[in-house]
Structures are given as C-alpha cells and as structure tokens.
Design a protein around this ligand. Structure first.
Ligand SMILES: [Zn+2]
Length: 214
C-alpha cells in the first residue's frame, strides 16, 4: 500500500499484533507510514482509516521531511553538529550536538544568526579597512553560484547565507573582497593588492572558495 502526497509516494507498513488493542498511525524517520493495529483489522479498514486521516498524515510527513532535510549535514561556523530534537523551547549546543525544539527550521535559524553575525563582521572589517570607502548596506540571501555580490552604484553588499556554515575567516574574506569592489570594480592587480593590504592571507581563502564566484 502506498500513500501519495506532494508528487511523492510513501510506503505504508502495516504491523498487526495480537497485543494491539488500538490502531496507531505514525510517520517515522524512514519516511514510511507505520500503521500498528490488531490481527482482526482488515486491510480495507486500514485504507479507510488512512483516507480519513489524510490531512493529519500529511502534517506528519511534513515534519519528518523537514527533520530529514535538517540532518543532511548541519554545519555552523565551520563545525558539524548532529541535530537532537527535544521538548525545550531553546537551541543549545553541547559538544558536537545541537539540541533544538521539535519545530526547529534550520534555514530560519541560519538567517537569524547570519543577520547578527554578518553585520558585526561587516562593521569590524569596515572599521579597520585601509581606505576610506562608503559604508555598505548589507543584504543576506541564499545564492547558488556566488559567495557575495557588490553593487558599486548602490553600495549594497549581498552575502550568501551559506557562509554561516563555514569558519568566520571565510566570511571575513568575502566581506573584504566585496568592500574592495567599492574601490575597484574588477579583479585587477590593484584590486588584489588592496585585498592583500587588508587581509595578507587572502590567497588561502580565495583558493579554497573557488566553487562560487565573488
Ligand atoms: Zn570579486
């Protein structure tokens, strides 16, 4: 038996046990719908039950899909953590684990952290920048091919949300890189000289971040 939802099909696993008095429907970590019931329940009544509980099962699938996505490598500031769901309202780091509420959404959380941290690092790098440049406006977005973008006309620097997953020094490099575009629009020798003036070890980051542009 299968369950269709959102262009996907989910297997229904029926477990019949003598000791089960009631019927329970759960969506487990394996993204299958587990129905536990007793020996005397027919498959047809399980089908009916699933039909009657369609909306509730879809909700349960949504929750498990988010959890599966979240655990697909959770990185924060260069370290990997295992997500542990618990009944607390707060997010807490303990060693290599992050304890989170049941409704934890990783992207919302990343955005919240990035908003604070990226601005703090922008200010830090701006204050010690070797030339006088206009104070940039900061935007944060999820981007698929760029670490950062600088609009030289509007002075808006857009940083890729993905930077929250990496060590802070990579974020600093992208900020210095984009701020340098406020002086040189291209990647000329003068551009790199000025980047180096503000971040002598920049080549290491430039080489390690080649998968995206900036
Ligand atoms: Zn650039």
């Amino acid at each position: 038996m299968q369950f269709a939802y959102n262009d996907k099909t989910y297997d229904v696993v029926i477990e019949k046990k003598r000791s089960n008095r009631n019927t329970y429907i759960r969506v487990k970590k394996d993204l299958k719908i587990h129905v536990t019931t007793n020996f005397f329940t027919s498959n047809r009544s399980v089908e009916n039950l699933i039909r009657e509980n369609y909306a509730r099962i879809c909700d349960m699938i949504d929750i498990q899909e988010v959890k599966a996505r979240n655990n697909n490598g959770f990185f924060y500031l260069g370290k990997q953590y295992t997500i542990v769901y618990c009944d607390s309202k707060h997010v807490e780091f303990v060693d290599d684990k992050i304890f989170v509420p049941q409704d934890f959404d990783v992207d919302t959380w990343y955005k919240k952290q990035a908003k604070e941290l990226f601005l703090e690092r922008l200010n830090y790098n701006y204050e010690k920048y070797s030339r006088s440049i206009p104070y940039p406006k900061l935007r944060i977005r999820k981007m698929t091919s760029r670490w950062g973008v600088c609009n030289i006309r509007t002075h808006v620097i857009t940083l890729n949300l993905e930077l929250i997953k990496r060590d802070i020094c990579y974020l600093d490099y992208v900020i210095v890189h984009e701020m340098t575009h406020l002086v040189y629009g291209d990647h000329s020798n003068s551009f790199w000289k000025l980047v180096g003036e503000n971040m002598p070890e920049y080549k290491k980051y430039r080489d390690e971040m080649k998968e995206f542009e900036c």
